[in-house]
Design a protein around this ligand. Structure first.
Ligand code: AMP
Ligand code: GLY
Length: 439
């Protein structure tokens, strides 16, 4: 049996842990806060400590005779956890510090994509001061601007004209605030279209795609309210989206492959692990919004449970550079709904008990993954972030959505979720939006 370490504490790591255990791993978990799901899957072989404390992670790995580690979140990746573990003889599924810049530095990524002429790249320019900011705003046209701080901002730093910025003054003020914080930033063209997530497995050279997923960032139904870490996501039984065809996917995969080759050419380092492409289909074609150097949260919950294949073997082939398409994904639809504490993300009700009817969830066929909740005396309590993901899997979207909704009813507490995620009504709205742009 293989001893496999998962680093991270959220629902994404819970589903990664489940896939590893289902594939025969002896799981160990290192997490900054205790995830009850990972604690159970690891039979208590856990350490709760900062996920960026390399020494503690290496010590725990050595004590536990870890065969390889899977890194869930971006924070340890962008500060070099993979380099540190590998120097100590522990192979990793995750990119090294240089390759993880694809997520860690938006300026690195746009510069790379421009240099290597990656088709889905968009117009952008990087800044460290206010010099030339005004003239670039004029070039792009102020209504067409997105401002992005360079580093990791947990999804909160990006400001889009029309969503967060409403005048040239707003743009300049935000840029000035970033300059004052000594933060570099990008100005880039604002796109309009439908976003989707393409998560891939990468072994340094070979890239294998997984089913497409669409996430929902806004807190409330109808895509209103503040941005969140993601309120839920869906995938379709054909692994596409009604507004994204196989040709789009081929182009997206081609660009991911070219980017992996560009990382190698530019840094000398091979990208290995998971690579998440956040794309938008627009009237002008497919455009890249961002790369993430990991699986998505919630999107990991939509793809890993569909895997027909041994995930431990796939991890080894990512590590060994011999990834091949000897696995596939079930032709089923998935709907994931996140339950969040009432008031999330602005004023979440934390430390509230929630009650989960696990037996009923099982009967319904819904799966559930713990996110930011804690367990005390066998009771589960909320924190200030999303509480748990409920997943429906079925032969079509409608049935998967119903299972997720039925599943949500098995959890009692001061929580809310978006009822519209995965419904045919919302899907139709997306299709109409795309059609209106393509006319
Ligand atoms: P990012 O952190 O780059 O993923 O940006 C967060 C969100 O901002 C994305 O998921 C998009 O919804 C939006 N966004 C980012 N870049 C653009 C862009 N160039 N045009 C329109 N929306 C964008
Ligand atoms: N669902 C967005 C992300 O994982 O970054």
């Amino acid at each position: 049996m293989q001893n496999v370490l998962i680093i991270g504490h959220g629902a994404r790591e819970h589903v990664i842990g489940e896939s590893l255990v289902n594939s025969g791993a002896n799981l160990y978990a290192f997490m900054s806060s205790k995830n009850a799901g990972l604690e159970d899957l690891s039979n208590g072989r856990i350490k709760v400590h900062s996920e960026t404390d390399f020494k503690e992670i290496i010590d725990f790995s050595n004590e536990s005779n870890i065969d390889f580690a899977v890194i869930g979140p971006e924070a340890p990746l962008v500060v070099g956890i993979v380099d540190a573990l590998e120097r100590n003889g522990i192979p990793c599924v995750g990119p090294s510090i240089e390759a993880a810049q694809l997520e860690g530095s938006k300026i690195f990524t746009r510069t790379l994509l421009e240099k290597y002429k990656i088709t889905s790249n968009i117009k952008s320019k990087s800044f460290k001061s206010m010099q030339d900011v005004e003239s670039y705003i004029k070039d792009l046209n102020e209504e067409n601007i997105v401002v992005k701080p360079d580093g990791l901002t947990g999804g909160k730093g990006v400001k889009v004209y029309g969503d967060h910025l409403f005048s040239k003054r707003d743009i300049l003020d935000y840029c000035q605030a970033l300059v004052n914080q000594k933060a570099s930033f990008l100005l880039e063209e604002k796109l309009e279209g439908e976003e989707f997530t393409l998560q891939t497995f990468v072994d340094g050279k070979n890239v294998i795609g997984t089913p497409l997923v669409q996430d929902h960032k806004r807190a409330y139904e109808g895509d209103t309210g503040p941005n969140t870490g993601g309120m839920g996501s869906y995938s379709m039984e054909d692994h596409l989206m009604p507004f994204i065809n196989q040709n789009d996917i081929n182009l997206a995969l081609e660009d991911i492959k070219k980017t992996v080759a560009a990382v190698k050419a530019e840094t000398g380092v091979k990208y290995k692990g998971f690579l998440y492409g956040g794309f938008m289909k627009t009237a002008e074609g497919l455009k890249l919004i961002e790369f993430n150097s990991r699986l998505g949260d919630p999107e990991a919950m939509n793809v890993l449970p569909l895997l027909n294949g041994n995930f431990v073997d796939i991890c080894w082939s990512i590590i060994n550079g011999n990834l091949s398409q000897n696995f596939n994904f079930k032709n089923q639809a998935t709907v994931c709904k996140y339950l969040a504490p009432e008031g999330y993300p602005v004023n979440p009700k934390k430390d509230q008990q929630i009650k989960i009817d696990g037996e009923k969830l099982k009967t319904i066929g819904a799966k559930y993954y713990y996110a930011s909740v804690y367990r005390e005396n066998n009771n589960i309590y909320t924190t200030s972030s999303r509480a748990m993901g409920i997943l429906g899997i079925a032969d079509d979207l409608q049935k998967a959505e119903q299972i997720a909704e039925e599943g949500v009813k098995c959890v009692e507490g001061q929580l809310f979720h978006r009822k519209d995620i995965g419904t045919l009504k919302l899907l139709q709205k997306r299709i109409e939006h795309m059609n209106s742009l393509l006319i």
